[in-house]
Design a binder for this molecule. Structure first.
Ligand SMILES: [Zn+2]
Length: 260
């Protein structure tokens, strides 16, 4: 039990390192073996890295303290028997993933939330960098919303950090343009969200945009009737139907503009 706990703590502490290594592997991998041809889109990486830089600066100032605050204000204390052990860690990751599925659905379906989440969907191509292309207020509000299941279920802080590590790696993977063998991707997609599932979520056709909301486990969309029947193809148009991407400053301001 003690060994698993220390392993979990170590994994939590290694979050930036694990995230960084996975990012580099995918970023290089998708340039060596691409699934879809990379179009020439001016300033696209500047937009993605620009939005990411804002999150990176704000994260230690607001997001990380918010998660730590939540971990210190749980509504009840789990008995030791319900805290330690791999089984409870896996259960917490599944529950937080389920929460994230419904939160993502809300980001699409609640009009004021959609104004912010659209910034992510304006991206006209996908690769690992798309995983970090979010409006800072969406990232902050998502962290705030996540305090609800953490407080209600009294999820240990280390479990939250391990979830966040798995989550960010899964998000980088399912946005990536990495070419995988069709058989391997099909098998993997039965368990987890692969690029073939998530790219359909970014297909520039509205009914596909509002589908395939899952992040880590792929079962949530079939379970809650939100899986699109569209199959990903390398030529699939990515972005939002009849909308063009915007300059960086516009991306930050667009949720507040009348015609955002
Ligand atoms: Zn979305």
């Amino acid at each position: 039990m003690q060994a698993i706990e220390s392993l979990v703590t170590a994994a939590g502490g290694a979050k930036p390192l694990i995230g960084g290594v996975v990012f580099l592997l995918l970023f290089i991998g998708e340039r060596i073996a691409a699934a879809a041809p990379r179009p020439e889109i001016k300033h696209r990486l500047i937009h993605n890295f620009g939005l990411w830089a804002i999150v990176l600066v704000m994260s230690p100032l607001i997001i990380a303290p918010l998660t730590a605050f939540g971990a210190n204000h749980l509504l009840w204390e789990r008995p030791e028997a319900l805290r330690a052990g791999l089984l409870f860690l896996i259960a917490d990751i599944i529950l937080l993933d389920l929460w994230t599925y419904w939160a993502h659905r809300a980001w699409h379906r609640v009009p004021v939330m959609w104004r912010f989440h659209k910034v992510h969907h304006f991206d006209e191509f996908l690769d690992t960098t798309s995983a970090f292309r979010f409006h800072i207020l969406e990232v902050m509000f998502s962290a705030l919303l996540r305090l609800i299941p953490i407080a209600l279920l009294a999820i240990p802080f280390t479990h939250v950090i391990v979830f966040e590590t798995v989550f960010i790696c899964a998000v980088m993977f399912h946005h990536s343009n990495l070419r995988l063998s069709a058989g391997f991707e099909r098998a993997l997609s039965r368990v987890m969200v692969t690029p073939s599932i998530h790219w359909v979520h970014h297909h520039a056709v509205m009914k596909d945009t509002h589908s395939n909301y899952a992040s880590i486990l792929s079962l949530w969309d079939p379970l809650f009737a939100s899986r699109s029947a569209t199959r990903r193809t390398p030529e699939m148009k990515i972005g939002l139907e009849s909308v063009e991407d915007k300059p960086l400053l516009r991306l930050i301001l667009t949720p507040f503009m009348r015609r955002g």
